[in-house]
Structures are given as structure tokens and as C-alpha cells.
Design a protein around this ligand. Structure first.
Ligand code: GDP
Length: 467
């Protein structure tokens, strides 16, 4: 982190501006300005008394902003924050404008006219990283937080933002760098002193590998949390697919966004199941049909079914298993699925299911009423169980590697294993030092100590403008 701070002196520092809030009807919008000229430029639009250039840092000021021709832009609240205690680490001004598209755009345009440059994606956060205020894992956590689709995803992002992931890896990195320094001392003064003995080397390598392995074991769980899963609801018409779909959404309307325009073939919504974002799909189209028009819908539904992580196969307990139910059972055999008998509110207490065809296998079945909500909670639990099978235990400390870190961790473990082998085989300390250096360099990519411009560009390009 310190190394970054030193190199930031040479960095080009112009003043950037961008709209930080989503455009659209809303209460307020925020225009952000950062860089050495930030206060000056806004002061030229604000004409407050005293001028903004003279106000104390971290203060808020009411101001009517005007463009260079003196036309009113908006009535605003201007927050003046002087370096270094700011989001970017530079002088930073946040202008609270009225919501909607016009006020924010007008203020931004006026700022560009007086000399600000339009910020690139993630450039505010990138500056915070470049000046050493945050490390790379924290910068990435900002994007993860903005993109989080569940509370749990938000918690994991916040933990990384607080530097938990960075501290975990930095501890190991520091030990490896210390070991490396000692190995190099041994090489330099071969006979006279021993900066580290053979046994300590082996123990250090083993301990470092264990700590990184612990992170590696969290990868599958982290990926599930990030990427979520697709769950489709299958069943013949009228068994209650849409009703179950709605019942599963019911409890958390606030988190759900229905995708518009897809109702022809299927309905989908994101729901939160055990912290995972789950894309729930109601495939109204997956049934046999002779109609040309529907055929395409059926094909699309079939593709969805094939790619889904889990299938909820629904049937009506008052009707028993009919031919089409059996066809769907056959189709989904061998793939992850949960059988669900719906409409138990209509089934008579203690009565058997109607005679007729029985389901072919002795597969457990959940019994629910999509209408009354009975048993819907157990469907939810079962979905979480199946999707989390084999991804390991969820970490209580919320420290989870992100997508970019997966490869970094893999390379670190490989280098540590090579070093471990070299140690066991009694190889030279020179060879060992090479592997230890590789491990430390790889691990340094998490906090960004050892990443190049290209990686940075890729990371920040997935941010929004104004972040
Ligand atoms: P889909 O065609 O599979 O999507 O089925 P729908 O969800 O549209 O349901 C078909 C009919 O069954 C509707 O009239 C629902 O109100 C009714 N229904 C669905 N689930 C239940 C249930 O658990 N109990 C009862 N009594 N009726 C239900």
C-alpha cells in the first residue's frame, strides 16, 4: 500500500467530474468533482460569499449555480472536502442537485466548460487506490457492493471493503517476503550466518499454504453467492406453477425485479435464497403442443430447463400423476430436481392420492399449497440445500475471494506447493527462493501491490461512471 502512495506523486492529476447517481426521476442527484482544481471550478459556478475556495473543509453550502453566461443551472447543496480525508484522497466536491436528468446534466456540462474532464468508469475509486487510501481488494469491493443482489452479497462486499480480505492475504504475504529476505541473506553470506534454518523454512511454507488453502476452499461458495443459480418450475398446465412462483416471491417483494417482456414464454424473477441470488423461472411453455406459434416457446423453455441448476417438478396431488407428469419426470431424470406435490389444501385429511398412475420411483416429495403458502418455506430451504451441496461451508467471517482472486489464489498455492516439494527434496535455497518469490508476487495481486496497468484498467472498466 505504501509503495502505491509513493508512485502516486508522479501520477497525472487533472480534475475529473461525473454524475454519480442514476439518471431518472428521483429526489436528488449528485455530481462529483475530484482533483486539484475541484474546489476552484465549482466556486466559479457558485459565487457564494465567502467563496467556496475559502470555506473550511468538510462543510456543506447552499448555492445557486450559474454557467459562464450567467444562466441559472440549479439550486444545489455543495459539499467541499479537502484532501486527504476524502473518497478519492484528492480535493473532492459533491454537488447535490435536484433529481431527474436535466439538473445533473446541466451542472456537469458547465463543469466541463470551465475545465473539468469527464471521468472514466470507476476513476474516482481508481484514484483512491492510486493514492493509497484503499487497496485493490477494497476498490473491487466497491463494485461488488453496488452489484450485490442479496443482503448476504452485500455483507461479503462490506467485509472486503473494510479490508478483511486484504489483511488476511497481507499477513501471509508479509511472512513470505520475510522468508524470502532471509533466504537471500543465507545465499549472500553462505558460511558465516544462517538467517533462517531449514526447519523454519518448512514450517513457514506449510503455515502459509494452510492459510491460503483456507481461502481456496471458500471459492465455490463465493462463486455461488456471486453468480447465483437458475431454478425452473416445471409441470403440466394448471398444477400451480405460477402460483408457486408468486408464493416464492411473496415474502420479499422489495428485492425482486421482474424482467419485462418475457411473459410470452416464461416469467422470471430474482429471489434471495439463503443469501444466494436465485433466478426463478416459471416455464409456462414447457408442454407438448401442436401449435406452430408455441413451438418456439417450448424450445426456449426446454433450453432453460437443460441449463438450470435445479428443477422444481410440480404436480397436483388431487389429480395424481398423469401422462404428462410422467413425461416431465422422464425428461428431468438424473438432473438436480425437487419433486413437489401441490394443492395439499384440497387433499382430504388422511386420504390417499387418487388411484391411477404412481410416480415411478421412491423419490422424496415436498407437499405444499401454493395457495395458502403451507410448505413454501420448506421449498425454499430445499432449494438452498441442493444448490449449496458440495460448495463447502459458508464462512462466518464473510471473507470470500472474488472472481479475480480465484486465479491469484490458485497460482499462490501452486507456487507454495512447488516450494514445499523443493524443501522436501532438499533442493537449493536459490530454487526455494524463486518459488517463494512467485508465491508472494502472486498473492500481492489481491491488494494490488504487484499488478500492472492492464489489470487495473480491466478491473475499473466494470465500474459505473461516477463511482
Ligand atoms: P400453472 O398453469 O401451472 O401456472 O397453474 P396456476 O398457478 O395458474 O394455477 C392453476 C389453478 O390452480 C389456479 O386457479 C390456481 O388458483 C389454482 N391453484 C394453484 N395452487 C393451488 C393450491 O395450492 N391450492 C388450490 N386450492 N388451488 C391452487
Amino acid at each position: 500500500r505504501r509503495r502505491r502512495a509513493e508512485s502516486s506523486e508522479a501520477m497525472e492529476t487533472d480534475t475529473i467530474a461525473a454524475i454519480a447517481t442514476a439518471l431518472g426521476e428521483s429526489g436528488v442527484g449528485i455530481v462529483r468533482v475530484s482533483g486539484p482544481e475541484a474546489v476552484d471550478l465549482v466556486a466559479r459556478l457558485a459565487r457564494t460569499r465567502p467563496p467556496l475556495t475559502d470555506v473550511p473543509t468538510h462543510t456543506v453550502h447552499h448555492a445557486w449555480l450559474h454557467d459562464r453566461e450567467g444562466r441559472v443551472l440549479d439550486e444545489t447543496l455543495v459539499s467541499v472536502m479537502r484532501a486527504p480525508r476524502t473518497y478519492t484522497g484528492e480535493d473532492l466536491v459533491e454537488i447535490g442537485v435536484h433529481g431527474g436528468t436535466i439538473p445533473a446534466r446541466r451542472v456537469l456540462r458547465a463543469l466541463l466548460e470551465v475545465g473539468a474532464r469527464l471521468a472514466d468508469r470507476g476513476e474516482f475509486t481508481k484514484r483512491a487506490f492510486l493514492c493509497g487510501r484503499i487497496d485493490l481488494s477494497q476498490a473491487e469491493a466497491v463494485a461488488d457492493l453496488v452489484a450485490a443482489r442479496t443482503e448476504r452479497g452485500g455483507n461479503v462486499a462490506l467485509a472486503a471493503l473494510a479490508g478483511k480480505l486484504a489483511r488476511r492475504t497481507e499477513q501471509v504475504e508479509a511472512r513470505l517476503l520475510d522468508l524470502l529476505a532471509r533466504l537471500e541473506l543465507n545465499l549472500d553470506f553462505q558460511e558465516d550466518v544462517e538467517a533462517v534454518d531449514r526447519e523454519t523454512i518448512g514450517r513457514t511454507l506449510e503455515e502459509c499454504r494452510e492459510r491460503i488453502d483456507d481461502l481456496r476452499r471458500r471459492i465455490p461458495w463465493g462463486r455461488r453467492l456471486r453468480e447465483g443459480a437458475a431454478v425452473v418450475i416445471l409441470g403440466r398446465p394448471n398444477v400451480g406453477k405460477s402460483s408457486l412462483f408468486n408464493a416464492l416471491l411473496e415474502e420479499e417483494r422489495a428485492l425482486v425485479s421482474r424482467s419485462p417482456g418475457t411473459t410470452r414464454d416464461y416469467l422470471e424473477a430474482w429471489i434471495d435464497v439463503g443469501g444466494m441470488p436465485v433466478r426463478l423461472v416459471d416455464t409456462a411453455g414447457l408442454h407438448e403442443t401442436g401449435e406452430e406459434l408455441e413451438a418456439e416457446g417450448v424450445r426456449r423453455a426446454e433450453r432453460l430447463e437443460e441449463r438450470a441448476d435445479l428443477r422444481l417438478v410440480l404436480h397436483d396431488v388431487t389429480a395424481g400423476w398423469e401422462d404428462e407428469d410422467l413425461r416431465i419426470l422422464g425428461r428431468t431424470a438424473g438432473r438436480p430436481r425437487v419433486l413437489i406435490g401441490n394443492k395439499i389444501d384440497l387433499a382430504m385429511e388422511g386420504a390417499d392420492e387418487p388411484e391411477g398412475r404412481k410416480k415411478p420411483r421412491n423419490e422424496p416429495e415436498l407437499r405444499v399449497s401454493a395457495l395458502t403458502g403451507e410448505g413454501v418455506g420448506s421449498v425454499r430451504e430445499r432449494i438452498a440445500e441442493v444448490l449449496l451441496e458440495g460448495v463447502g461451508r459458508e464462512p462466518a467471517d464473510e471473507i470470500v475471494p472474488g472472481e479475480r482472486h480465484e486465479d491469484v489464489i490458485r497460482r499462490t498455492v501452486e507456487a507454495l506447493e512447488r516450494a514445499g516439494m523443493a524443501w522436501k527434496n532438499g533442493e537449493s535455497e536459490e530454487l526455494l527462493a524463486g518459488d517463494v518469490r512467485d508465491a508472494a508476487e502472486a498473492l500481492g495481486e489481491i491488494t494490488g501491490r504487484t499488478v500492472g496497468e492492464e489489470v487495473l484498467d480491466r478491473i475499473f472498466s466494470r465500474f459505473c461512471i461516477g463511482k
